[in-house]
Structures are given as structure tokens and as C-alpha cells.
Design a protein around this ligand. Structure first.
Ligand code: HEC
Length: 171
């Protein structure tokens, strides 16, 4: 109140008085950012939000190559193809699914590869220098996501040269 009064009458007074106000704004802004970060952290702990966070990670870290359609020029098997192949291998074992993908992403190799057809088509995936936590979130999303494999999708993108792959993809 007093400050405003002085401010009205003295131009330099306003400047001096402005300083504490704007630094308070900065503190508020920082507080806002901290609160936001904490909320995000809490959110990422919840199961439902974990899926959303996982999707965001997948889109950001994997989605460029693992697209959700098979019409676009492709760099890699689409997300539903990877999901289908890894689900065939690991069934309902989410932990094993996530672990296999986490190990794959940091060091892909022919021995680990399940998607032989895709590997031949696109070449071995390059190792990605992502954090384990990020990859596990992305892999968790891939496990849980409701993705449908289009029937007209090229079977070599789905699976592999294995007999199982041929019989599943062939229809
Ligand atoms: C720069 C492109 C690129 C990015 C980014 C990428 N991948 Fe891949 N990925 C590929 C290619 C190409 C293949 C197919 C060849 C292969 O299997 O090695 C592949 C294959 C895979 C496979 C199947 C491996 C197999 O053969 O069994 C999995 C699982 C996979 N990627 C997971 C991921 C995940 C998870 C991410 C993100 C954290 C990711 N990829 C990011 C290019 C990419």
C-alpha cells in the first residue's frame, strides 16, 4: 500500500519497489515448477498414469521408427507387430516381456532377436542410449497398450522366418 503510494509519486521509487515484487514472481514461478514436477512424479507412480507416461516415452523414444501404422515408409516393424511378437513369446508375463525389451534396446543382437523377418528387412536395430527406467516404461506401455495388428500387414514385419511366425502371419 505504502509502496504503491510512493510508486505513484516517484518514478525511481517504482523501480525500487518493483524489484521485490518481480523476484517474488520468480519465486512463485519456481515454486510452481517444483510443485508440477512433484505432481508428475506422483502421477508416474500410479498405474493408470504409468500407462500414459509409458505411451509418452514410447512415442518419444521409439515411435519415430516403430510407427502405429504399416502404410507409411517404415524404418522398423510397427508397434503392434513388436507387441504381437513379444506377446507370443512371453504371454502374460509382463516382467519377462519388459526385461527382454529393456535388454534388447541397450544392446540388440542377432541372438536376442525374435523378429527375424523384420531384422532382414530393416537391418539390426541400433543400440539406443536411453535410461533403463524410460525403456521399461515404454516397454510396459507396449505390453498393456490396446494395439491391433491390421490383417493386411506384411507378415515379415510381424514375426519372423520361424514356423510359428509364418502360420500366424500367413492369414
Ligand atoms: C532409429 C530407429 C529405431 C528406434 C528409435 C527404435 N527402434 Fe526398435 N527396432 C528398429 C529396427 C530397424 C528394428 C528391426 C530390426 C531388428 O529386429 O533388429 C527394431 C526392432 C525392435 C524390436 C524387436 C527386436 C527383435 O528382433 O526381436 C524391439 C522389441 C524394439 N525394436 C524395441 C524398441 C523400443 C522399446 C524402442 C524405444 C525405447 C525402440 N525399439 C526404438 C529401429 C528402432
Amino acid at each position: 500500500m505504502f509502496g504503491l503510494f510512493v510508486g505513484d509519486t516517484n518514478r525511481f521509487g517504482i523501480m525500487r519497489l518493483d524489484t521485490p515484487v518481480s523476484s517474488r514472481n520468480i519465486k512463485l514461478a519456481i515454486l510452481g515448477i517444483v510443485v508440477f514436477a512433484v505432481l508428475m512424479e506422483i502421477a508416474s507412480g500410479g498405474e493408470v498414469d504409468r500407462l500414459a507416461v509409458g505411451k509418452a516415452k514410447f512415442d518419444m523414444l521409439c515411435g519415430v521408427c516403430h510407427k502405429d501404422d504399416h502404410a507409411a515408409p517404415l524404418l522398423a516393424p510397427p508397434n503392434f507387430a513388436v507387441q504381437r511378437r513379444y506377446s507370443m513369446e512371453f504371454g502374460n508375463d509382463k516382467d519377462a516381456f519388459i526385461k527382454a525389451i529393456a535388454q534388447w534396446v541397450v544392446s540388440p543382437s542377432e541372438e536376442k532377436s525374435l523378429m527375424v523377418g523384420a531384422r532382414k528387412k530393416f537391418g539390426l536395430m541400433l543400440a539406443m542410449p536411453y535410461s533403463e527406467e524410460d525403456v521399461k516404461l515404454a516397454a510396459g506401455y507396449l505390453f498393456d497398450a490396446d494395439l491391433e495388428m491390421p490383417v493386411d500387414c506384411d507378415p515379415s514385419m510381424e514375426v519372423s522366418g520361424t514356423e510359428v511366425g509364418k502360420s500366424v502371419g500367413g492369414g
